[in-house]
Design a protein around this ligand. Structure first.
Ligand code: MCU
Length: 388
């Protein structure tokens, strides 16, 4: 009797607490499983085998997922540097980050709509290859300057590595996410007429992998909009390997580590045995929970349409378990050039931007699951609970 009164009260209090407080008591491991598992790892079991039953458990699970994916794939994502300063001049925000006696500076350009703000914004890697609607600012972010992506010889080059050292474990995707994190620091301090709580991030192809990883690592991003990210983004390594074994011309972990420096050097050890990774990319989507995520894909073999579809279906199972099924969708469509946004994906993108950036809570983002036939049950051996 006593408990039936106290427990709901406790549960409500814990769940009402901000994410940082709910995660405060998490035990985050420093070593991670490398047991072979051909199926996508169970997002509802801690590495020590205990079940993830509540949303607070899941928030802790996300901390161990983040630690594992940094350890095995991405490299270390550093916390905020000791000093970050920013100034605004015209349409340019200049940012300086300092740590350990070293400083680096970079700038982003900002295009705000006319009218009264503050406005939401989309940070675009390189240049946006989605239509950014009126009412949303565009922040153009030169990710290559933060972490170079010019093949193997560019490992450890860029502003991030000038600050943290060329031997830092981060791959380029992580370095870019760090840059995005600093852009949000800047938006919180300069008056650029942008609301830092309504910021999305986008990029296409290699930069789509980057936008996905930024949405996962940078908790202040309100909406992730990775476009045609394929392998290393919306695809799951294990499903891509399975597709490759069926004869598809698809990018896999074994190819990607040789092509460029998007991932940490740590990932090389897994390149031919992705089935030993502690996580897979359905959990990259899970790291964005409960924030907004709309995954845009194409049907080009190299991107792995079956892999991205199955993987993101598994991602949606995670969102659903957390009680926010309408906060993630994926829209895949074929017959258009790589990174040229087709009109048949417009309504899905618009709904997500309206809801997560323009504050239209009634925008219909429900059940957006578009892509080729892919049976997620073929790749998982777990069922999703309803997290309490
Ligand atoms: C889909 O993103 C990449 C792909 O991973 C690479 O293998 C290929 O070389 O380039 C794609 C890309 O970034 O195209 C612009």
């Amino acid at each position: 009797m006593k408990y039936s009164i106290i427990l709901p009260f406790l549960a409500t209090t814990i769940l009402a607490a901000p994410l940082e407080q709910r995660q405060a008591a998490c035990k985050v491991p420093t070593t991670f499983p490398t047991t072979a598992n051909a199926k996508l790892p169970n997002p509802f079991k801690f590495f020590d085998g205990t079940d993830v039953k509540t949303k607070a458990d899941f928030d802790c699970k996300n901390q161990e997922v983040s630690a594992a994916i940094q350890n095995q794939e991405l490299g270390t994502f550093p916390p905020k540097p000791s000093t970050v300063t920013a100034t605004l001049s015209g349409g340019t925000i200049s940012i300086t980050a300092s740590e350990g006696g070293k400083s680096v500076s970079f700038s982003v350009s900002v295009k705000t709509p006319s009218g009264t703000g503050p406005f939401p914004a989309i940070i675009a890697y390189g240049a946006a290859s989605i239509p950014v609607p009126a009412g949303v600012a565009t922040i153009t972010f030169n990710n290559d300057q933060i972490g170079a992506q010019q093949g193997q010889n560019s490992r450890g080059q860029g502003k991030f590595f000038d600050l943290y050292g060329s031997g830092h474990s981060a791959g380029a995707l992580t370095a870019w996410a760090w840059g995005v994190d600093r852009v949000i620091d800047a938006l919180e301090t300069v008056n650029a007429n942008i609301d830092p709580k309504r910021v999305g991030v986008t990029g296409c192809s290699r930069n789509g992998k980057g936008a996905f990883v930024a949405a996962a690592l940078v908790q202040r991003i309100a909406l992730g909009i990775p476009q045609e990210s394929g392998s290393g983004g919306a695809a799951c390594w294990r499903v891509s390997d399975s597709e490759k074994s069926k004869g598809k011309n698809i990018q896999t972990s074994s190819q990607i580590v040789g092509e460029n420096v998007w991932f940490s050097k740590n990932f090389n050890a897994f390149s031919t045995k992705s089935n030993t990774l502690a996580t897979d990319h359905h959990q990259l989507a899970g790291m964005v929970v409960p924030r907004g995520l709309i995954v845009i894909e194409n049907e080009i073999d190299w991107l792995g349409p079956v892999s991205t579809t199955a993987c993101m279906k598994a991602g949606r199972l995670i969102y659903k378990a957390y009680g926010v099924p309408d906060n993630m969708g994926f829209t895949g469509s074929g017959n258009h050039n790589h990174c040229s946004f087709p009109s048949n994906q417009q309504s899905d993108l618009t709904a997500y931007i309206n809801k997560f950036l323009l504050g239209q809570s009634s925008a219909n983002t429900a059940n957006i699951e578009k892509g080729p036939t892919a049976n997620v049950a073929d790749y998982i051996d777990w069922t999703a609970p309803t997290l309490s």
